[in-house]
Design a protein around this ligand. Structure first.
Ligand code: IDP
Ligand code: MG
Length: 156
């Protein structure tokens, strides 16, 4: 079981897509264990995207991510990191597959609606950047024995 950091970017919040995107994760069986609306500071954007510092799109990316509130989510489940990335689709809206979040809701390459951690190391780092202690709260779901095969003891 993994927990991943998802950011519904300013375009998703402004366009009123939060509910529909969250519903996709819940419909899949993933569990929302953290959620908040927040404004990203310049410092936080710089830290979060430090790997992209030298890229030509970096300044625009930071200004986009700090331009308006985002919703950050901690999303938990079996292979949640890879499952969420698949559900997001390719980086550019213009070539993201239909059926994915980026493929269904956008066509822009930079306003691409959603961020998702791309590895367990990134998820741990990014959850720590955006959530403080106590804000991520794994809880027992009544439906968990129907979302997962629990007959062997662990979720399958
Ligand atoms: P990812 O979000 O699919 O992991 P990355 O390559 O990690 O994609 O890029 C981080 C973010 O930077 C993208 O989600 C997008 O918002 C922005 N970005 C990436 N490449 C470009 C580009 O060529 N032009 C404009 N923005 C870009
Ligand atoms: Mg990335």
């Amino acid at each position: 079981m993994e927990t991943t950091l998802i950011i519904l970017k300013p375009d998703a919040v402004q366009r009123g897509l939060m509910g529909r995107v969250i519903s996709r994760f819940e419909d899949k069986g993933l569990q929302i264990v953290g959620a908040k609306l927040m404004c990203i500071s310049d410092d936080l954007a710089a830290t979060h995207y430090e790997a992209h510092k030298e890229r030509p799109f970096y300044a625009g990316l930071v200004s986009f991510m700090t331009s308006s509130p985002v919703m950050v989510l901690a999303v938990h489940g079996n292979s949640a990191i890879a499952v969420a990335r698949k559900m997001m689709g390719a980086t550019f809206g213009s070539n993201a597959e239909p059926g994915t979040i980026r493929g269904d809701f956008g066509v822009s390459n930079s306003f691409n609606l959603i961020h998702g951690s791309d590895s367990p190391e990134a998820a741990e780092r990014e959850l720590g950047l955006f959530f403080s202690k106590g804000e991520v709260m794994p809880f027992d779901r009544a439906i968990s024995t129907w979302v997962y095969d629990m007959s062997g003891g662990d979720p399958e």
